[in-house]
Design a protein around this ligand. Sequence first.
Ligand code: MEV
Length: 350
Amino acid sequence: VSELFVSAPGKAILHGEHAVVHGKVALAVSLNLRTYLRLETSTTGKVCINLPNIDTFFCWDVSELKQLITYSHVMRAVFKFLCMKRSLVFTLCFIFSELPSLTVSVWSELPTGAGLGSSAAYSVCLAAALLSASGAIPTPLKEWDHTGRWCQEDLELINSWAFQGETIIHGNPSGVDNAVGTWGGMLRFLAGKIIPLNRVPLLRILLTNTKVPRSTKVLVARVKDKINKFPSIMTPVLDSVDAISCTCEKVLSEMTCEPITGEHYNILEELIDINQHHLNVMGVGHPTLDTLCQVTRTRGLHSKLTGAGGGGCGITLLRPETDYSVVQSTVQDLRDCGFDCWETSIGGPG
Ligand code: MEV
């Protein structure tokens, strides 16, 4: 292979954030905002990384890099990966073979540090590109159309390597972000088990970044304290969020096999509203998220936070009939509040 392209989507949580930490179902979906990677092999004796979004280009000599890798976290990740049967031969080849000269260019539509799975999309792209280049999986055809090109086993291999990338970046990830990046569509996440859901409709959304920084760790601890303080009050809230995720999954699955009606959208909107109230009850709301909900409500649209809350990002569901002018004026209103806002969709390919 002299050159190949791959891409992977970011992720949002549709329902079940925080409740998932307490054993409830969460639904994670792919965002139609992607990270793209081009890998070119060369004969320069160098490994180069090109990040045009941040005007960065740097290179190492292959021999230097091999030494660096041997003593780095990457090696720890590789050894962890060795424990997985299917990759044993491949991993041994990786360790003992010469590193090839190559240039990796990465660019992305995803904001970083906003809880939208940007690092996982990067890890998935890198894993897919290196596995393809090494011949472990077939070469992708086009940068955004891998559908049908890779079998389940190939995708599992990509996902396991991407997970190792995530452990380097995040320490202790749940694995849901790299799974969404690999399979796309929607995933049901329950008690550490990730189940890709085969058929989901493509839904139009607005994605808003309030740009308020927050710590997932602090917010998760806040919810835990509340549950410990008021178990009999908070347990039904968590059960209700679980039921919201299950109802949403059922409605989305109906939408793929029945004609889509306004009633499907009415239910999805009501679920969004109820869950947003629950998230406020859990203590992970924020005045900027209230503003998001109020601004979109004046245009007849429904929003909720996505991810950890306390600021961060929110999603707004758009109906198929939502007029372009309504979308444009809502985006402008939200930008006037100081937020970043994009029209995108969820449920696209991995
Ligand atoms: C953060 O994106 C989602 C949380 O549920 C934390 C987690 O699941 O690890 C808040």
